[in-house]
Design a binder for this molecule. Structure first.
Ligand SMILES: Cc1cc2nc3c(=O)[nH]c(=O)nc-3n(C[C@H](O)[C@H](O)[C@H](O)COP(=O)(O)O)c2cc1C
Length: 210
């Protein structure tokens, strides 16, 4: 399937074939492509919790308006933003090796660290900025996850997360991880949701101003 065919063939699954299992290997292949997603300063905010356990999946279903496809999906994947991504220990994990391997020189490294510190301070200085930045980054990541899944023959459906506090407690999600959305994944049943109306390009794109 070429890229155009891949994009066109992705639909949000109406329902999944029950009892289709996905292995950690299946997920690793998907994540090896997903990890190439762009992110602000390459800080890679996205963190995933893959839930394949049947009992745990049922608990997510209870917390998600009992949407049936969570029951039939091979897994439900909670997509989270990692608030620690802008903290220096995490930043250094990404940029430290580049300095060590001399891909980045001392000056370039120092300037990059200063720039990222300023960016991080800006995000922390206003209450919603970090949440918005995480939603931006996680959304792009999640889209690539869904396309990568399709590439390997799996169907998906993006969903909101509900009852985040209960979800956090149930799965002992640490405070620095913020659930942003979730994705059900598996093999879609034959019934494909007909493509919802899409606005014509001219309606949602302006060139060179309004
Ligand atoms: C943030 C978000 C939340 C969504 N929540 C649900 C949901 O709870 N249940 C569902 O069946 N589809 C959900 N969808 C899928 C949309 O309904 C779907 O993307 C849209 O109708 C377009 O269809 P398509 O993805 O097949 O092109 C959600 C999509 C997004 C982006």
């Amino acid at each position: 399937m070429n890229f155009e065919e891949l994009v066109v063939s992705r639909h949000s699954a109406v329902n999944f074939v029950e009892d289709e299992k996905m292995t950690e290997e299946d997920f690793k292949k998907i994540f090896e492509l997903t990890k190439l997603a762009p992110s602000s300063y390459n800080l890679q905010f996205a963190h995933y919790m893959v839930i394949t356990d049947e009992t745990k999946k049922e608990r997510v279903k209870e917390l998600s308006h009992h949407q049936y496809k969570i029951h039939t999906a091979s897994a439900v994947v909670i997509v989270m933003g990692n608030k620690n991504s802008i903290e220096m220990p995490e930043v250094e994990k990404i940029y430290g090796p580049l300095k060590m391997l001399k891909i980045m020189d001392e000056l370039d490294y120092k300037m990059t660290m200063e720039m990222i510190s300023g960016y991080a301070e800006g995000l922390k200085s206003s209450p919603n900025e970090l949440d918005v930045e995480m939603a931006r980054n996680v959304g792009i990541h999640a889209m690539l996850f869904m396309l990568s899944a399709k590439h390997f023959g799996f169907d998906t459906c993006p969903m909101h997360v509900h009852h985040v506090d209960e979800l956090r407690e149930e799965f002992t999600i640490p405070d620095h991880l913020s659930p942003v959305m979730m994705i059900t994944i598996g093999k879609s049943v034959d019934k494909v949701r007909s493509r919802g109306y899409r606005k014509p390009v001219g309606e949602f794109v302006n060139f060179n101003g309004f």
